[in-house]
Ligand binder design. Structure first.
Ligand code: ADP
Ligand code: ADP
Ligand code: ZN
Length: 215
């Protein structure tokens, strides 16, 4: 069983690669962004509380996301966990270490998806996802099939995130540099950090991640 973190700024390709690993290796994707959007869609108290923070592009509090992750880790995963978009602060990283230890689990690798900021505006503003199955599309690099139906599930429900605009991306990037990028040093010091070139085509990124997991 392998447990990994995919670490990178908004638009680096974490969700895209996580879905590939779910397909190819039967791992379980834990995306705190998806969980928070689900809470919002369900109209829960927590969902209402975080809506404005997410819209602005700021991070929600550690307590909330750690609580979400704690519940999911307790459910277990035979193929291992992919942490996608978590941890995003040093506090979250410490909490994850404790949660894994409590469950007798280890962290096998932290994979940095390295990209230039310049590529991220196009990644974010071109992103859409399928409302039926969550498949991630991109207007230029992975367009929807010509018949408008998802190639994975046949749904024609194209979803775009309200926070996928240039204004919010500026804040999200600033949050990334201030609060999340210190995790690169944190995991490097533990000997867990691996880096892949996230600017390559999706298949090449997937191959590099597979090589890290085989090593
Ligand atoms: P993240 O989860 O890190 O925010 P996503 O996986 O949602 O990133 O990818 C952001 C956007 O970029 C999506 O529209 C996706 O289709 C596209 N994308 C992902 N990986 C690549 C890649 N290697 N090359 C080109 N476009 C990509
Ligand atoms: P992206 O795919 O662009 O990296 P996510 O879907 O992971 O974005 O996250 C969307 C938003 O949800 C973030 O901008 C933030 O407001 C909130 N969020 C997600 N994960 C976390 C986390 N681990 N800690 C704090 N806030 C989070
Ligand atoms: Zn679909």
């Amino acid at each position: 069983m392998t447990n990994i973190i995919l670490l990178g700024p908004p638009g680096a390709g974490k969700g895209t690669q996580a879905r590939q690993l779910v397909e190819s290796r039967g791992m379980v994707q834990l995306s705190t962004g998806d969980m928070l959007r689900e809470a919002q869609a369900a109209g829960s108290e927590m969902g209402k509380k975080v809506a404005e923070v997410i819209a602005r592009g700021e991070l929600v509090t550690d307590d909330i996301v750690i609580g979400l992750i704690r519940e999911k880790i307790a459910e277990g995963a035979e193929g291992g966990f992919i942490f996608d978009g978590f941890p995003r602060t040093l506090g979250q990283a410490d909490a994850l270490g404790e949660l894994l230890a409590e469950m007798g689990l280890t962290l096998d690798a932290v994979i940095e998806m390295a990209v230039d900021d310049g590529a991220l505006v196009a990644r974010i503003t071109g992103r859409s996802t399928c409302g039926g199955c969550g498949e991630v599309y991109h207007d230029q690099t992975k367009p929807w099939p010509a018949d408008g139906k998802c190639g994975n599930c046949g749904s024609s429900d194209v979803k775009r995130r309200a926070d996928d605009n240039e204004e919010s991306l500026k804040t999200r990037l600033m949050e990334y540099y201030k609060k999340t990028s210190p995790l690169l040093g944190y995991y490097y010091a533990k000997g867990d950090l691996r880096s892949v070139d996230g600017l390559q085509a999706m298949e090449a990124v997937a191959a590099d991640i597979a090589a890290v997991l085989e090593a």
